[in-house]
Structures are given as structure tokens and as C-alpha cells.
Design a protein around this ligand. Structure first.
Ligand code: SAH
Length: 256
């Protein structure tokens, strides 16, 4: 379970590349993470993979490519993770704590030291991470590039973060721990099921009244991501939603 501190925190880290356009970047990213001692890469909807260009640019980091998971949805690439850091060149509409790579690496290390699985998530080369992808993160890291030319090549951003993460693991970074948790936190898949239940319930109680549900769902995601509920808290919330759905059904029957 995520709360048992692992012998080797390195094995708790994964680098997640979302909707990568250029297979060469996947290869370069594999090389970048391998040089810093990491091996786990998860690919979400890559445009082309496996691919000769990826193999060529991995330059021998073949184990990273051959063991990389390929997923259709981000939530599957985050399976088991309770601390998710999104890397973004720009601040998006979403209000996440914005950290430097050093701070992000220190928080990620603190989570790993508690036995939690950690994901470092990188976006598409052109569009970056979308709001709904950042909404699945607990913190955002921005590499402090200049304002008028802020976007690094994807694999170079991976290299910077992997380097900072390695420095943190080697003990060079001051520890800046997020708050301690005494119970297993809900992982990404559990949070996703909760958001689905919440969305269904809001429909059932006719909360939207014709307005678009997307904005409110993003706000609610932000709220619950910030709260980092544990599994037991999530069960209580599911219970409340199930009761609200039951009451809505009763009310509908009475009206009908
Ligand atoms: N135009 C996109 C740039 C995408 S670059 C944008 O503004 O977001 C591809 C990916 O590399 C990004 O999604 C991000 O994960 C990473 N990246 C590039 N530059 C970065 C920076 N300055 N800080 C943090 N991540 C960065």
C-alpha cells in the first residue's frame, strides 16, 4: 500500500508524457530520465509509438522504452499515484500551487519517502498540458524561463526535472514536506470515480439548470485536489452523493 515507506524511493517515481507528437522526444526523454537513475515512463496517447526515431534518440535507454506503459487516458497513466506534479511553461486557468523545479522535487521526494507513488507529468509539444490535465495534479512546476520565450523542448524540460529530482534524492535539496497523512490517500483512479459520481449527482439534482457543467466541475476538481482526501473520506463523500441521488429519485417519483 502507498503508506509503507519503500526501500528505494527512486522506484516510486514515474515520468508521464501526455499526447507527445514527436517520437524523437519520447526517445530523448527516455535517455534524460535514465541518465538520472529513473526507469519508469508512462505514455498517454502518443501520436507514434513505438517508433524508430524514439529508439534512435533513446541512445541505449532501451529498457525505459520497452517497459513504458501506453495508455489512452491520463488517469490510467497515473494509476496508484497520490502525488502528481504537472509541468507547464505557462500558468493556465487553474489555480494550483506553482513551484520551482527544486521545490517540486523536494515535495515529490517527501511524498516518496512516505511510500507514495509520484508522477511528473509533461504536456504536448505545441499545446502543453490542458486545464483538465492540470486539474489532476496536486502542484504545478514551472521552470523559470524568460517570459517572452518560455517554452523548453519537451525532453529538455524532462531533463531539468529529472536532474532536480536526482539532486533531491542525493540529498542536496532542502526538504519541504507537504503535510503528513495518517491514512492512504485516494489515488488518481479513485479520485476520477469520485468526480464521475459527483458529476452524475449534480445532474440528478438538476444543479446546472441549463448552464454548462464544465466550469463548475473544474472548480470542484480544484477544491478536492487541494484537499487530497484519503480513501475513508472519499467513502463518506460517495455515501453523501448516493443519498442525494436517492432523495432526487424519490422527489422525481413524487412529482411524476
Ligand atoms: N506551448 C506549450 C509548450 C509545451 S512544451 C505551453 O505553453 O505549455 C512541452 C512540455 O514541456 C510542456 O507541456 C511542459 O510539460 C514542458 N515544459 C516546457 N517548458 C517548460 C517550462 N518552462 N516549465 C515547465 N515545463 C515546461
Amino acid at each position: 500500500m502507498p503508506m509503507t515507506p519503500a526501500a528505494d524511493p527512486v522506484s516510486l517515481f514515474r515520468f508521464v508524457l501526455v499526447r507527445t507528437s514527436h517520437p524523437g522526444n519520447i526517445g530523448s526523454a527516455a535517455r534524460a530520465i535514465r541518465t538520472m537513475g529513473f526507469t519508469r515512463m508512462e505514455l498517454v496517447s502518443p501520436h507514434r509509438f513505438p517508433d524508430r526515431e524514439a529508439d534512435a534518440l533513446a541512445a541505449g535507454a532501451d529498457d525505459v522504452l520497452s517497459t513504458a506503459g501506453v495508455h489512452a487516458e491520463l488517469v490510467d497513466g497515473l494509476a496508484g499515484c497520490t502525488f502528481v506534479v504537472g509541468l507547464s511553461a505557462r500558468r493556465r486557468g487553474i489555480n494550483l500551487p506553482e513551484l520551482t523545479p527544486r521545490e517540486g522535487a523536494a515535495q515529490a521526494l517527501a511524498a516518496a519517502r512516505r511510500g507514495e507513488q509520484v508522477a511528473l507529468v509533461f504536456g504536448n509539444e505545441r499545446t502543453g498540458l490542458e486545464n483538465d490535465e492540470l486539474a489532476r495534479c496536486h502542484a504545478m512546476v514551472r521552470i523559470p524561463s524568460v517570459d517572452d520565450f518560455s517554452s523548453l523542448n519537451l525532453s529538455q524540460a524532462v531533463q531539468v526535472m529529472a536532474y532536480e529530482q536526482r539532486l533531491a534524492l542525493l540529498g542536496d535539496a532542502p526538504l519541504q514536506a507537504p503535510p503528513e497523512h495518517d491514512r492512504p490517500l485516494a489515488d488518481a483512479a479513485q479520485m476520477e470515480r469520485f468526480y464521475q459520481h459527483l458529476a452524475d449527482t449534480l445532474d440528478d439534482i438538476d444543479f446546472h439548470k441549463g448552464r454548462s457543467p464544465e466550469t463548475i466541475m473544474l472548480r470542484l476538481r480544484k477544491l478536492f485536489q487541494r484537499a487530497q482526501p484519503d480513501e475513508r473520506e472519499l467513502r463518506v463523500l460517495h455515501g453523501i452523493l448516493a443519498d442525494a441521488q436517492r432523495m432526487a429519485q424519490l422527489a422525481n417519483q413524487r412529482e411524476g
